[in-house]
Design a protein around this ligand. Structure first.
Ligand SMILES: Nc1ncnc2c1ncn2[C@@H]1O[C@H](COP(=O)(O)OP(=O)(O)OP(=O)(O)O)[C@@H](O)[C@H]1O
Length: 212
Protein backbone atom coordinates (compact mmCIF):
# COMPACT_ATOMS: atom_id res chain seq x y z
CA UNK A 1 0.00 0.00 0.00
CA UNK A 2 2.76 2.43 1.04
CA UNK A 3 6.52 2.01 0.61
CA UNK A 4 9.36 4.44 1.14
CA UNK A 5 12.77 4.17 -0.43
CA UNK A 6 15.87 6.13 0.65
CA UNK A 7 13.79 9.12 1.62
CA UNK A 8 15.56 12.40 2.32
CA UNK A 9 14.45 15.96 2.91
CA UNK A 10 16.63 19.07 2.79
CA UNK A 11 15.28 22.10 4.65
CA UNK A 12 15.53 25.49 2.97
CA UNK A 13 18.44 26.38 5.30
CA UNK A 14 20.39 23.37 4.03
CA UNK A 15 20.26 20.63 6.69
CA UNK A 16 19.30 17.20 5.34
CA UNK A 17 17.38 14.51 7.18
CA UNK A 18 17.30 10.85 6.04
CA UNK A 19 14.57 8.37 6.95
CA UNK A 20 14.69 4.56 7.19
CA UNK A 21 12.74 2.61 4.56
CA UNK A 22 9.44 1.05 5.54
CA UNK A 23 6.47 -0.65 3.96
CA UNK A 24 2.87 -1.04 5.14
CA UNK A 25 0.01 -3.04 3.64
CA UNK A 26 -3.68 -2.09 3.52
CA UNK A 27 -5.29 -2.45 6.93
CA UNK A 28 -1.86 -2.54 8.60
CA UNK A 29 -0.50 -0.04 11.11
CA UNK A 30 2.82 1.61 12.01
CA UNK A 31 3.84 3.73 14.98
CA UNK A 32 6.75 6.04 14.13
CA UNK A 33 8.32 6.93 17.43
CA UNK A 34 11.06 9.44 18.13
CA UNK A 35 12.16 12.33 20.30
CA UNK A 36 11.22 15.95 19.67
CA UNK A 37 12.99 17.41 16.65
CA UNK A 38 13.94 14.06 15.05
CA UNK A 39 11.81 14.78 11.97
CA UNK A 40 8.46 13.09 12.66
CA UNK A 41 6.28 15.93 11.41
CA UNK A 42 8.55 16.35 8.38
CA UNK A 43 8.14 12.63 7.58
CA UNK A 44 4.36 12.81 7.99
CA UNK A 45 4.23 15.83 5.66
CA UNK A 46 6.34 13.96 3.09
CA UNK A 47 4.03 10.93 3.30
CA UNK A 48 0.99 13.17 2.86
CA UNK A 49 2.56 14.93 -0.14
CA UNK A 50 2.50 18.26 1.71
CA UNK A 51 6.28 18.54 1.29
CA UNK A 52 8.20 17.28 -1.77
CA UNK A 53 10.98 14.81 -0.93
CA UNK A 54 14.46 15.94 -1.97
CA UNK A 55 15.65 12.39 -2.69
CA UNK A 56 14.11 8.95 -2.66
CA UNK A 57 10.66 7.69 -3.40
CA UNK A 58 7.26 7.26 -1.74
CA UNK A 59 4.89 4.83 -3.41
CA UNK A 60 1.23 4.87 -2.35
CA UNK A 61 -1.21 2.50 -4.06
CA UNK A 62 1.43 1.80 -6.76
CA UNK A 63 1.82 5.54 -7.46
CA UNK A 64 5.20 7.26 -7.01
CA UNK A 65 3.90 10.48 -5.45
CA UNK A 66 7.14 12.36 -6.10
CA UNK A 67 6.20 12.41 -9.81
CA UNK A 68 2.92 14.25 -9.15
CA UNK A 69 2.52 17.97 -9.82
CA UNK A 70 0.97 20.08 -7.08
CA UNK A 71 -2.63 19.88 -8.39
CA UNK A 72 -2.32 16.16 -9.13
CA UNK A 73 -1.01 15.66 -5.60
CA UNK A 74 -4.01 17.56 -4.16
CA UNK A 75 -6.35 15.30 -6.12
CA UNK A 76 -4.42 12.17 -5.14
CA UNK A 77 -4.47 13.20 -1.48
CA UNK A 78 -8.24 13.86 -1.64
CA UNK A 79 -8.78 10.37 -3.06
CA UNK A 80 -6.32 8.38 -0.95
CA UNK A 81 -5.02 10.11 2.17
CA UNK A 82 -6.58 11.40 5.39
CA UNK A 83 -4.43 13.50 7.74
CA UNK A 84 -5.00 14.20 11.42
CA UNK A 85 -2.90 17.26 12.17
CA UNK A 86 -1.35 18.12 15.52
CA UNK A 87 -3.62 21.17 15.69
CA UNK A 88 -7.13 20.72 14.30
CA UNK A 89 -8.31 23.08 11.55
CA UNK A 90 -12.06 23.66 11.08
CA UNK A 91 -14.18 26.28 9.38
CA UNK A 92 -15.46 28.07 12.48
CA UNK A 93 -18.54 29.51 10.76
CA UNK A 94 -19.77 26.04 9.72
CA UNK A 95 -21.41 23.45 11.97
CA UNK A 96 -19.75 20.12 12.64
CA UNK A 97 -21.87 18.38 9.97
CA UNK A 98 -21.25 21.22 7.50
CA UNK A 99 -17.49 20.95 8.07
CA UNK A 100 -17.68 17.26 7.20
CA UNK A 101 -19.87 17.91 4.15
CA UNK A 102 -17.36 20.55 3.05
CA UNK A 103 -14.53 18.00 3.39
CA UNK A 104 -16.55 15.57 1.23
CA UNK A 105 -16.99 18.22 -1.46
CA UNK A 106 -13.31 19.22 -1.27
CA UNK A 107 -12.48 15.54 -1.87
CA UNK A 108 -14.67 15.60 -5.01
CA UNK A 109 -17.46 13.57 -3.35
CA UNK A 110 -21.16 14.29 -2.97
CA UNK A 111 -22.51 15.05 0.51
CA UNK A 112 -23.22 11.73 2.19
CA UNK A 113 -25.24 12.41 5.34
CA UNK A 114 -25.29 8.80 6.45
CA UNK A 115 -21.45 8.64 6.30
CA UNK A 116 -21.28 11.87 8.36
CA UNK A 117 -23.71 10.52 10.96
CA UNK A 118 -22.00 7.12 11.07
CA UNK A 119 -18.63 8.67 11.89
CA UNK A 120 -20.02 11.18 14.40
CA UNK A 121 -21.85 8.37 16.21
CA UNK A 122 -18.82 6.10 16.12
CA UNK A 123 -16.68 8.88 17.57
CA UNK A 124 -19.25 9.78 20.23
CA UNK A 125 -19.87 13.36 19.07
CA UNK A 126 -23.20 13.02 17.22
CA UNK A 127 -24.86 15.42 19.69
CA UNK A 128 -22.59 18.17 18.30
CA UNK A 129 -23.69 17.58 14.70
CA UNK A 130 -25.50 20.91 14.33
CA UNK A 131 -23.26 22.94 16.64
CA UNK A 132 -20.20 25.03 15.86
CA UNK A 133 -16.81 23.35 16.48
CA UNK A 134 -15.76 26.10 18.92
CA UNK A 135 -18.49 24.89 21.33
CA UNK A 136 -16.74 21.54 21.67
CA UNK A 137 -14.16 20.49 24.28
CA UNK A 138 -10.55 19.91 23.14
CA UNK A 139 -11.06 16.13 23.22
CA UNK A 140 -14.24 16.43 21.13
CA UNK A 141 -12.45 18.68 18.63
CA UNK A 142 -9.79 16.03 18.31
CA UNK A 143 -12.49 13.45 17.55
CA UNK A 144 -13.90 15.79 14.93
CA UNK A 145 -10.46 16.01 13.32
CA UNK A 146 -10.43 12.18 13.20
CA UNK A 147 -13.85 12.27 11.48
CA UNK A 148 -12.58 14.92 9.00
CA UNK A 149 -9.60 12.73 8.11
CA UNK A 150 -11.76 9.62 7.66
CA UNK A 151 -14.72 11.16 5.88
CA UNK A 152 -13.63 10.18 2.34
CA UNK A 153 -12.58 6.62 3.32
CA UNK A 154 -8.85 7.14 2.76
CA UNK A 155 -6.65 4.15 1.99
CA UNK A 156 -3.96 5.78 4.13
CA UNK A 157 -4.61 7.53 7.44
CA UNK A 158 -1.79 9.70 8.84
CA UNK A 159 -1.88 11.07 12.38
CA UNK A 160 0.55 13.59 13.90
CA UNK A 161 0.84 13.24 17.70
CA UNK A 162 -2.85 12.33 18.20
CA UNK A 163 -2.35 11.75 21.94
CA UNK A 164 -0.28 14.83 22.76
CA UNK A 165 -1.62 16.49 25.91
CA UNK A 166 -4.15 13.70 26.60
CA UNK A 167 -4.21 11.81 29.89
CA UNK A 168 -3.76 8.02 29.80
CA UNK A 169 -7.48 7.27 29.63
CA UNK A 170 -8.18 9.62 26.71
CA UNK A 171 -4.92 8.77 24.93
CA UNK A 172 -5.76 5.07 24.81
CA UNK A 173 -9.37 5.81 23.92
CA UNK A 174 -8.25 7.82 20.85
CA UNK A 175 -5.74 5.13 19.84
CA UNK A 176 -8.30 2.33 20.20
CA UNK A 177 -10.74 4.28 18.05
CA UNK A 178 -8.13 4.98 15.37
CA UNK A 179 -7.07 1.33 15.26
CA UNK A 180 -10.66 0.09 15.23
CA UNK A 181 -11.88 2.43 12.48
CA UNK A 182 -8.74 1.93 10.35
CA UNK A 183 -9.16 -1.86 10.61
CA UNK A 184 -12.90 -1.63 9.86
CA UNK A 185 -12.22 0.41 6.71
CA UNK A 186 -9.05 -1.46 5.73
CA UNK A 187 -7.04 1.79 5.85
CA UNK A 188 -3.30 1.71 6.52
CA UNK A 189 -2.65 3.70 9.70
CA UNK A 190 0.58 5.65 10.35
CA UNK A 191 0.99 7.53 13.62
CA UNK A 192 4.00 9.73 14.36
CA UNK A 193 4.58 10.48 18.01
CA UNK A 194 7.03 10.94 20.87
CA UNK A 195 4.48 9.29 23.20
CA UNK A 196 6.15 6.07 24.33
CA UNK A 197 2.95 5.06 26.19
CA UNK A 198 1.73 3.87 22.78
CA UNK A 199 4.45 1.21 22.40
CA UNK A 200 2.34 -1.46 24.06
CA UNK A 201 -0.47 -0.81 21.57
CA UNK A 202 1.75 -1.32 18.50
CA UNK A 203 4.27 -3.92 19.73
CA UNK A 204 6.01 -5.20 16.54
CA UNK A 205 4.65 -2.39 14.35
CA UNK A 206 7.05 0.31 15.55
CA UNK A 207 9.69 2.29 13.66
CA UNK A 208 12.00 4.30 15.90
CA UNK A 209 13.63 7.46 14.57
CA UNK A 210 16.84 8.70 16.14
CA UNK A 211 17.69 12.28 17.13
CA UNK A 212 19.38 14.30 14.38
N1 LIG B 1 11.48 24.93 7.83
C1 LIG B 1 12.53 24.44 8.48
N2 LIG B 1 13.78 24.90 8.23
C2 LIG B 1 14.86 24.42 8.87
N3 LIG B 1 14.79 23.45 9.80
C3 LIG B 1 13.58 22.96 10.10
C4 LIG B 1 12.38 23.42 9.48
N4 LIG B 1 11.31 22.74 9.99
C5 LIG B 1 11.83 21.90 10.90
N5 LIG B 1 13.17 22.03 10.98
C6 LIG B 1 14.07 21.28 11.85
O1 LIG B 1 14.06 19.93 11.41
C7 LIG B 1 14.03 19.05 12.51
C8 LIG B 1 12.81 18.14 12.43
O2 LIG B 1 11.62 18.89 12.62
P1 LIG B 1 10.21 18.19 12.82
O3 LIG B 1 9.19 19.24 13.12
O4 LIG B 1 9.95 17.30 11.67
O5 LIG B 1 10.50 17.30 14.12
P2 LIG B 1 9.51 16.50 15.08
O6 LIG B 1 10.19 15.22 15.38
O7 LIG B 1 8.15 16.45 14.50
O8 LIG B 1 9.50 17.43 16.37
P3 LIG B 1 8.33 17.63 17.48
O9 LIG B 1 8.08 16.28 18.10
O10 LIG B 1 8.97 18.60 18.44
O11 LIG B 1 7.13 18.21 16.78
C9 LIG B 1 14.08 19.91 13.75
O12 LIG B 1 15.40 19.97 14.19
C10 LIG B 1 13.59 21.24 13.27
O13 LIG B 1 14.17 22.29 14.04
Amino acid sequence: MIQTNQLQYTYPKGSTISFPDFEISSGDKLLILGPSGCGKTTLLHLLGGLLPCTNGKITINQKDISTLKSKEMDQFRGDNIGIIFQKPHFAQALTVAENLAFAQQAGGKKTDKSRIEHLLSKLGIIKHKDRLPQKMSEGEKQRLSVAMALINKPALLLADEPTASLDDHHAFEVIHLLKEIAAEENSALVIVTHDSRLKEEFKDHILTLKSI
